[in-house]
Design a protein around this ligand. Structure first.
Ligand code: PXG
Length: 294
């Protein structure tokens, strides 16, 4: 396995960064999680665009054009022998002195890891997941906007720990007003009376690329798609529920806080959208040139 750091490739063992990097010292940086399916990088433009938007808000000037960044990601995939993979693209503030001041950091560091990721078992996808809401609220938008995909994931990790501590795999996070925001690394959807419903952006969560993709697929299937403020009650009385994310794909949810959702099995629309999403991942994407067959 080869890891990209600032234009050079290193073996996994030799891929190292400074302990003075502000990404490590302060979580000062941004990242993307991207998937390669069938030797094609899925939604690469969307991920690169979001990376640059996150960087813009934290005033991190990425020393690459978007085209150069796209080329670097494709090259990093090419250097690794996986037809299906997970890409972790990280841009840190870089090496600086102790103290918060980002201006003391000489230049951003760009890291691209290409590896494998499995979040949940095939059993979880087949039977559906049981999740709970947790006490940890999603970050206040006015403090640290969840739309920034920053290296500060403690808010999500704290929520994930609560779920795991209680014996569940995933947590629903509410916003400061007690309305549904998202899960720790996934967005949330319900189906109610033949409409697909998901929290609207002002509820404070990461604007997921899988979320948008699934909404487009639903529109294509003639489903009505609604973005609005959702309470826990709305979740409990839903006909279907599922989560979306780059790493997890589409995950059916069958129980929330002990309440059975719909029939207690993955719903019809959930399964259809999950299948449509899987098909799209096999079809679309930026191809990775290979000289030899992998
Ligand atoms: N919410 C949060 C907080 C996330 O971190 C999503 C929603 C889904 O967004 P996308 O754009 O992926 O549909 C995410 C993304 C990991 C991992 O390593 C996490 C994500 C993506 C890839 C890998 O756990 N979360």
């Amino acid at each position: 396995m080869k890891v990209y750091i600032n234009g050079q490739f290193f073996s996994k063992e030799d891929a190292k960064v400074s302990v003075y990097d502000h990404g490590l010292l302060y979580g000062d940086g941004v990242f993307e999680g991207i998937r390669v399916y069938h030797n094609k990088v899925f939604k690469l433009k969307e991920h690169v665009d979001r990376l640059y938007e996150s960087a813009q808000t934290i005033m991190l000037k990425i020393p690459f054009s978007k085209e150069e960044m796209t080329a670097a990601v494709v090259e990093a995939v090419r250097q690794n022998p996986y037809e299906d993979a997970y890409i972790r693209l990280v841009v840190t503030r870089g090496v600086g002195s102790l103290g918060l001041d980002p201006n003391k950091c000489a230049k951003p560091q760009i890291i691209i890891i290409v590896d494998k990721i499995t979040l949940y078992s095939s059993e979880t996808y087949r039977r559906g997941m049981e999740i709970i809401t947790v006490a940890t609220r999603r970050n206040l938008q006015e403090a640290l906007n969840p739309r920034i995909k920053s290296l500060n994931y403690l808010n999500n990790i704290m929520a994930k720990m609560e779920a795991i501590h209680a014996g569940f795999e995933e947590a629903i996070m509410l916003n400061q007003n007690g309305f549904v925001a998202e899960c720790t690394g996934d967005n949330i959807f319900i189906v109610k009376e033949e409409s697909l419903v998901t929290p609207s952006l002002e509820n404070g969560f990461l604007d997921g690329i899988t979320r948008r993709t699934v909404m487009d697929l639903a529109v294509g299937k003639g489903l009505r798609v609604v973005e609005k403020t959702l309470s826990r009650h709305d979740l409990y009385v839903a006909d279907e529920c599922f989560l979306t994310g780059t790493a997890a794909g589409v995950v059916p949810v069958v129980k929330i806080d002990g309440r059975t959702i719909g029939s207690g099995e993955p719903g019809k629309h959930t399964l259809e959208l999950s299948r449509a999403y899987d098909q799209l991942t096999q079809k679309e994407g930026v191809p990775v040139p290979r000289t030899a067959k992998v």
